[in-house]
Ligand binder design. Structure first.
Ligand code: GAR
Length: 193
């Protein structure tokens, strides 16, 4: 079982997919902690329902990113967390956590990166009028959705499609793809050494 922490700022449907996959044995990971930068994130309700400890912090309570990431790194270290899994965590990761977890921070984004990084990848794709978008899982670096790509899945945009429909289909793809890709990464880890 790979010990992980899931970082989520919002609704937490990807967190839920990870929790479900772990509970059903499709993902050999132990979710040690859910971390959120927003006290009102629904992801925290999901953590509570799954009896997973949660840690909420307000970045404004800290003088700098380095300060709160040092605090987070200590907490994650105490729990023996090996990978950080970002699931709708809407903050850039800074050098403190990147150095502590080299190639061990993973993110999911609702577009075919490098297209449409940052906020609202789905809205950006619709506004651009593309006929195809998708989902990307990638390692995190210091940039905004820029690290090495691990997996991508294409999603066609249907003619005249409403945002709600595209969003539902993209999220469906995310919920299937993310646990599967994480499992691949963690199982390779198990065969090293
Ligand atoms: C997901 O679509 C995820 O790909 C996206 O936020 C959403 C979170 O939904 N992440 C990004 O845009 C990262 N730049 P969720 O809270 O229901 O999992």
């Amino acid at each position: 079982m790979t010990p992980i922490a899931v970082f989520a700022s919002g609704f937490g449907s990807n967190l839920q997919a990870i929790l479900d996959a772990a509970a059903q044995g499709r993902l050999q990971a132990k979710i040690e902690l859910v971390v959120s930068d927003r006290a009102k994130a629904y992801a925290l309700v999901r953590a509570k329902e799954a009896s997973i400890p949660a840690f909420v912090f307000n970045p404004r309570d800290y003088a700098s990113k380095a300060d709160y990431e040092t605090m987070l790194a200590a907490r994650l270290g105490e729990l023996g967390v090996e990978y950080l899994v970002l699931a709708g965590y809407m903050r850039l990761i800074g050098p403190t956590l990147l150095e502590r977890y080299p190639n061990r921070i993973i993110n999911i984004h609702p577009s075919l990166l490098p297209l449409f990084p940052g906020k609202d990848g789905i809205g950006q794709a619709l506004a651009a009028g593309v006929t195809e978008t998708g989902v990307t899982v990638h390692y995190v670096d210091e940039g905004m959705d820029t690290g090495p790509i691990i997996a991508q899945k294409r999603v066609p945009v249907l003619p005249g499609e409403e945002r709600s429909s595209l969003e539902r289909r993209i999220h469906g793809v995310e919920h299937r793809l993310y646990p599967r890709v994480l499992q691949q990464i963690f199982s390779q880890e198990g065969t090293k050494c």
